[in-house]
Design a protein around this ligand. Structure first.
Ligand SMILES: Cc1cc2nc3c(=O)[nH]c(=O)nc-3n(C[C@H](O)[C@H](O)[C@H](O)COP(=O)(O)O)c2cc1C
Length: 167
């Protein structure tokens, strides 16, 4: 099916879709650390545990995920907008500006995140200008504390308190 939809209209509409912010890391075929800021993370299945995310084909991360067998998905805390910004910028400085250590399977594990998931690639599918990665969740860890970092309409923030219906 073809559409006359304008890219700018879709972009403006999707800016209203508030999402938690993730950073997804892996190692490329040469073992170089790679990582990008992502809001395309989705939970797909509980049994078996499967998630998905989309990575731009023309990015450094997109090239790394052409072959990557596993990676780490980090859910950022509300005070980690600087980490999101570092990983939303292409270039070599992201792993020097942000604290991390080798995690499970030697993938870069970012310090101080709300939660992380170790994932193994199940399926790759090129859809338009992105590659959809469907991945098995191999392990996951939550560290209670500050809530998630949220992205909405081009800005970062925390979760607002739920509406008080008692008064
Ligand atoms: C809030 C936010 C969400 C983003 N989500 C995605 C995403 O889901 N997939 C993607 O490929 N790029 C996404 N990007 C863009 C990448 O983070 C950005 O292009 C990054 O520089 C890619 O890094 P790389 O070139 O080192 O791979 C997002 C950027 C921001 C600011």
């Amino acid at each position: 099916m073809t559409t006359m939809l304008k890219t700018t209209d879709l972009r403006e509409t999707m800016r209203q879709h508030a999402t938690a912010v993730a950073v997804i890391t892996t190692r490329d075929a040469r073992g170089q650390a790679s990582g990008f800021c992502a809001t395309s993370l989705a939970s797909v299945s509980l049994r078996p545990p499967i998630v998905s995310f989309a990575v731009a084909l023309d990015s450094t991360s997109g090239r790394a995920w052409e072959n990557a067998a596993c990676g780490l998905i980090h859910l950022l805390r509300s005070d980690q907008a600087d980490v999101a910004a570092a990983f939303a910028t292409s270039g070599p400085t992201k792993f020097t500006d942000v604290g991390w250590s080798p995690g499970p399977a030697q993938q870069p594990l970012i310090d101080g995140v709300l939660a992380w998931l170790l994932v193994g690639t199940r399926t790759r599918l090129v859809l338009g200008d992105h590659r959809l990665i469907v991945a098995d969740v191999l392990s996951c860890v939550v560290t209670p504390g500050l809530g998630p970092l949220i992205h909405h309409n081009g800005t970062y923030g925390g979760v607002c308190s739920p509406m008080d219906t008692t008064s």
